[in-house]
Design a protein around this ligand. Sequence first.
Ligand SMILES: Cc1ncc(COP(=O)(O)O)c(C=O)c1O
Length: 464
Amino acid sequence: MRSHEAGALHGQAGDRGPAWLKVPEDPNRLVPRLWSDGVSKVDGVLTVAGESVADLAAEFGTPTYVVDEDDFRRRARGFRDAFPAADVYYAGKAFLCVAAARWIADEGLNLDVCSGGELAVALRADFPPARIGLHGNNKSVAELRRALEVGVGRIIIDSVLEIERLRDLTAELGVTAPVMIRVTAGVEAHTHEYLSTSHEDQKFGFSIAGGDALDAVRRVLAEPGLELRGLHSHIGSQIFVTDGFEVAARRVLRLHAQIEKELGVALPEFDLGGGFGIAYTTQDDPSTPEDLARGMLKIVDDECAAMGIAVPHLSIEPGRAIAGPSTFTLYEVGTTKTVALDGGASRRYVSVDGGMSDNIRPALYGADYSCTLASRASDAPAVLSRVVGKHCESGDIVVKDEFLPGDVVDGDLLAVPGTGAYCRSLASNYNHVPRAAVVAVRNGEARLILRRETEDDLLALDLG
Ligand SMILES: Cc1ncc(COP(=O)(O)O)c(C=O)c1O
């Protein structure tokens, strides 16, 4: 989506919304695969795990992220069970707080963190450090020192400087650092497409094609304080099929085999990263963890057999696919207006009490979302609507196109599914709007797991 100084997206003549967006027979009806397991409508009111959104809004206010805890846990288990012989690292960058870290620990997964702050949350949750992996293209000496001091299970190296920092820190602390090396396989994947290039113009990892990866392996093997566990590759996000993983796996395993042949070292592990897609709208058809596992495990087995090497211990790092679908954001409608478009069409703008400060993805990536009227049933005909935020920014769009009942008014509650990943974790205080609360619901019980920020919290930073 192109943002335009004068306005986010000038309506196209006779705009009826994107081709994939069908006019629903009943705009009240939920599309099951867009919502978490525990969500349904009771007399038109959205309900999750036995709690109605009317009660949730009354108790916790809006905007609020509502997490279906059992759904989150089931999705975590789903990956663990689909990849029984692998280590599944939940990518905390998608959404992390003490409660979520504990759910992940409970369900037997490992945790991938990519900053000192995420590591601090994990430690506050008493997450076993040996099951934590530390990522990041620019880890500070302080972050590396903390990771070594608490004994994280692995550090994924991303630069030559980091090898030197770890050499010095392990010597100083008298410890051995278990490490992986992040390599770039020349693959960029997204939904059904993947781009296969010989090299990659991006900040992460060591290039296989350029020889940097093999050079990094040699450097790490020469350091007595570093224990090289294996190679790591992450090829993209919102991936629906395994094609890109196949190319990446082949290229990384080819390097793995070369290391074994030329350097005489059989690396025990291999990580294929995350990136598993979810359904945000009716146009999305992501694969299940089982389907992905079947495809990826076969790829790894076949490639290793073809190269005559032992199959290394696999790990993966799903984030979005565990956190994303488990959560919806609950908003209250503040204002509505209908705007005439060229060619006689019109668009209904529905403004809610949140926006890009709680979900930056539409503005940042042009991401699509869906939406439903959550506080009542309506028999008004569906009209093409755009749900927008309260921020002074024309790109402040929450849901670009959705058919909502034409009688949505201020005071109604709207719910946007699929906001469990990269929403709260990317939240901001734009326009000094406090960040929204996060509520977990389970068995008819709702509890606050991240409290709403207050203006006093914001002012506490302001030294005048
Ligand atoms: C190294 C790495 N692993 C895992 C992930 C998680 O990706 P996703 O949430 O799409 O599964 C990311 C996301 O950027 C990543 O950079």
